[in-house]
Design a protein around this ligand. Structure first.
Ligand code: ADP
Length: 325
């Protein structure tokens, strides 16, 4: 094969008369077939771009959507020696999709940060007024300020965790999921007490896995925290760790409000919430399950969730077990 056949980009060379003198395989894939002449190049915007470049002897660039399923192609057009024209066609569909995801994310994140920031500003103003007119109300507004500031820093800290996790969990430690679960239950005990929810931990063996202790703790913390926050007063949350068949399983089961089945496929998306008010009231950021998803992926594991509205939810994380010696 000639070297240009191995290139992923489409290469198209037209001569002085508009005959196609060279086209690689990628062009056929991108355009559906290899055009013989300038006049038969489709999609039309690409042909027009090439025609324009040839007329002005200037380089040009065309972005077109084509085909079904639709793909985005960017054609870079360059005048070459002897009145030839070189067209390099790149499939930019994935890039554009990523760009869109990123744009959405920045928009969402900005919105999420703006809300507490605006509340802080308004409360600070009210507080200043109250300091003169109604000193008795000052502690209430101060507490409000504290809450919102805490909320803001929680969102930022979750965002930082997410962005770190996106580039992988780097550390390679031997981690006992039983120990992680014990530690996280201990850490969340005050929150459970406040919600009047009982935490029940069961472990069978150490549940050893390999990875980042910090990230695996984050995973368990987010799932147990959710189970507490979406449970009613007096409920129980069950945390089970066990190993079998070369896998370690962490299961978090609650008897709380449950998740409607139509939302199940979306809850791992950033900022996706079933019940915005409940999430907000209980200090949620909408990022917990996105963090869980990334940690599980980074450790080569999988997550399953089962839920029944009004009856409760079970999250099950399965990770490759590290053989204990
Ligand atoms: P949040 O900070 O809002 O809890 P998460 O990413 O942790 O964000 O969860 C996304 C959404 O999934 C929540 O807003 C909630 O609607 C739902 N959810 C997560 N865990 C549970 C659970 N144990 N019980 C019921 N709903 C849950």
């Amino acid at each position: 094969d000639m070297v240009w056949e191995t290139i992923g980009d489409g290469l198209l060379l037209l001569d002085h008369d508009g005959e196609v003198v060279l086209a690689n395989r990628a062009v056929a894939e991108q355009l559906g077939s290899v055009p013989a002449t300038l006049g038969s190049i489709l999609p039309l915007p690409l042909r027009e771009g090439i025609t324009e470049s040839r007329r002005t002897s200037a380089a040009g660039s065309v972005l077109v959507e084509t085909g079904a399923p639709s793909r985005w192609l960017r054609g870079a057009i360059t005048p070459a020696a002897h009145d030839h024209t070189l067209v390099v066609i790149r499939d930019v569909t994935d890039e554009r999709r990523l760009d869109a995801v990123r744009r959405d994310f920045v928009e969402n994140a900005s919105h999420e940060l703006k809300t507490p920031a605006a509340t802080i500003q308004a409360t600070a103003e009210t507080l200043r007024g109250a300091a003169e007119d109604d000193p008795g109300a000052v502690p209430r507004f101060a507490a409000r300020l504290e809450d919102e500031a805490l909320r803001l820093s929680r969102i930022v800290s979750d965002l930082l965790d997410l962005s770190r996790l996106e580039s992988g969990s780097s550390t390679d430690e031997v981690v006992s999921m039983a120990a992680v679960a014990r530690e996280e239950c201990r850490r969340l005990q005050p929150a459970a007490d406040e919600a009047a929810v009982a935490l029940r931990l069961t472990t069978e063996g150490p549940g050893t896995v390999r990875g980042s202790a910090q990230d695996l703790s984050l995973l368990v913390r987010n799932l147990v925290d959710n189970a507490i926050r979406y449970s009613a007063v007096g409920a129980e949350v069950f945390v089970d760790v066990r190993s079998a068949n070369g896998e370690t399983q962490v299961r978090i089961r609650d008897t709380g409000i449950g998740i409607p089945s139509r939302d199940l496929s979306r809850i791992f998306e950033r900022f996706y919430r079933v019940d915005r008010a409940r999430s907000r009231e209980t200090g949620g950021t909408g990022l917990g399950l996105a963090i869980v998803k990334h940690v599980v992926e980074n450790h080569g594991g999988r997550t399953s969730v089962e839920s029944e509205l009004g009856r409760g939810t079970t999250f099950e994380v399965t990770l490759p077990a590290e053989p204990t010696r």
